[in-house]
Design a binder for this molecule. Structure first.
Ligand SMILES: Nc1ncnc2c1ncn2[C@@H]1O[C@H](COP(=O)(O)OP(=O)(O)OP(=O)(O)O)[C@@H](O)[C@H]1O
Ligand SMILES: [Mg+2]
Length: 472
């Protein structure tokens, strides 16, 4: 890791030399980036090590059942509560559920404390989250021109208004499909839309006949390169005629519809969205508006144009909600269009927020608890902690020397798994400072002198009866 310390001596306009550091830093490693899914077999049984998860088999299987129920739309309006000690993977489980559901099912995560805002009512925040978790798949058959762009030539003409410069009078676009080719002569506004979408020859596009909206589908696979990794999506040459009727599928959420109807004047492009944010702080979505949106949606569903896809609301640290929110949650759960709700908490018996004397399990009133399926997450043993630490070390690209894993697992068992995971990065920096690229046991030892785990810190405070600032 020497390259980081050498001062850069690159001349001004020269390309910087490719360094090993830049590629290593290419992705930020988030605490849950090793979680890829629940890691279940097709029968729904948990593998002891799968999808980035180690152990916690019961909870994973339970989540697997819930995923199946959500996919078959039998779980909406119900709640799953993940309860367990801190650092036992509750948040990770919820993320895994969202991975398993895929991108088509809306997943709306929030933290309990998000409801407290000075501008918006608590219940409003909850209601909005619920609306964002109901998806709507709208199928429309539209007349389109689709094909691979073979030609894109703007025809220029003298500008009639000023003597200088030229304007585009029309644009000639050639589109090719498997069946044939067609040359279109299009309006300059469509040319602008094409420039915005950065369309070049070789892209597969479609143009809606009525509106002139242009959509880029991808790059024709005739142009596919031999790179292994690319951001480009390659699509085959479209079949059929260039001019045809095509079924377009659009995924939106009820939340999107509410927001769009609350400020109907705005356009689609980013500037007008930004502008409307600036102007009015936050636009109000009233209950009346929601009802109206619901009515329209219901109409679409009855006609068979749209399909409702109930998604998931995930409320982490749910004990942060107060009694008003809990009551409202009960009501939301019983509304006809309710998504699945996943709650997570690490509290045992606690006072329900917003009351002075109601103590209840997990800080959740019993009437809501009664509506939940509860899944408990277990604490990990030393062996499992070691596996998770190893997994994280791999994700972060750290090498562990002999005995380091045992030592960290021991720390994890004594303190908490989070503490063991948190020691990894500083220890790697320490190893780097002493010119090694591998973490050794002594690095961990030194880290332990510098940093305390939660339990040790609490014990210190306990024995000294508080810090000086408190004693004054
Ligand atoms: N079974 C597991 N396999 C792999 N990694 C895990 C497992 N359980 C937890 N982790 C990882 O441990 C760390 C802590 O877990 P997580 O944040 O999910 O805990 P939590 O239960 O949400 O805790 P809290 O109650 O404090 O919110 C995360 O980086 C998570 O990805
Ligand atoms: Mg958590």
């Amino acid at each position: 890791m020497k390259t980081t310390t050498t001062p850069s001596t690159v001349a001004h306009n020269a390309m910087p030399p490719p360094s090993a550091v830049s590629s290593a830093r290419s992705s930020r490693v988030a605490p849950h980036s090793h979680i890829k899914g629940l890691g279940l077999t097709p029968e729904g049984l948990a593998l002891s090590d799968g999808g980035g998860f180690i152990g916690q088999m019961n909870a994973r299987e339970a989540c697997g059942v819930v995923v199946e129920l959500i996919k078959s739309r039998k779980f909406s309006g119900r709640a799953l509560l993940l309860a367990g000690a801190p650092g036992t993977g509750k948040t990770a489980l919820a993320l895994a559920v969202s991975h398993e559901l895929g991108v088509k099912v809306p997943f709306c995560p929030m933290v309990g404390s998000e409801v407290y805002s000075t501008e918006v009512k608590k219940t409003e925040v909850l209601a909005e989250a619920f609306r964002r978790a109901i998806g709507l798949r709208i199928k429309e058959t539209k007349e389109v021109y689709e094909g691979e762009v073979t030609e894109l030539t703007p025809a220029e003409a003298e500008n009639p208004l000023s003597g200088y410069g030229k304007t585009v009078s029309h644009v000639i676009v050639g589109l090719k499909t498997v069946k044939g080719t067609k040359q279109l002569r299009l309006d300059p506004t469509i040319y602008e839309a094409m420039l915005k979408e950065k369309i070049v020859v070789g892209d597969v596009i479609y143009i809606e006949a009525n509106t002139g909206a242009v959509k880029r589908v991808g790059r024709s696979d005739a142009y596919a390169s031999s790179y292994d990794l690319e951001s480009e999506t390659y699509v085959p040459l479209p079949k059929g005629d260039v001019h045809k009727r095509k079924e377009l599928v659009q995924d939106v959420t009820l939340g999107d519809l509410d927001a769009a109807n609350a400020r109907p004047q705005g356009g689609q492009d980013i500037m007008s969205v930004m502008g409307s944010l600036m102007k009015s702080g936050r636009t109000e979505v009233t209950e009346k508006l929601r009802k109206e949106v619901n009515k329209v949606v219901k109409g679409y569903v009855d006609q068979g144009v749209a399909e409702v896809i109930p998604g998931v609301v995930f409320i982490d640290e749910v004990h942060m909600l107060d009694i008003e929110c809990f009551t409202y949650l009960n009501a939301l759960l019983e509304s006809p269009m309710a998504p699945t709700v996943i709650l997570a908490t690490n509290r045992g018996n606690a006072v329900v927020r917003g009351t002075t004397d109601v103590i209840s399990p997990h800080g959740i009133p019993v009437d809501l608890l009664d509506r939940c399926l509860i899944v408990k997450t277990d604490t990990y043993n030393r062996e499992q902690i070691a596996k998770v630490v190893q997994l994280r070390a791999n994700v972060e690209g750290l090498k562990l020397g002999l005995g380091v894993l045992d030592r960290l697992a021991e720390e994890g068992e004594r303190g908490s798994m989070r503490y063991a995971l948190q020691l990894l990065t500083p220890a790697s920096i320490l190893a780097g400072l002493s010119g090694r690229n591998q973490i050794e046991v002594e690095d961990i030892g030194e880290m332990n002198e510098l940093f305390l785990d939660a339990k040790t810190s609490a014990r210190n405070i306990g024995s000294e009866g508080g810090f000086d600032g408190g004693r004054m």
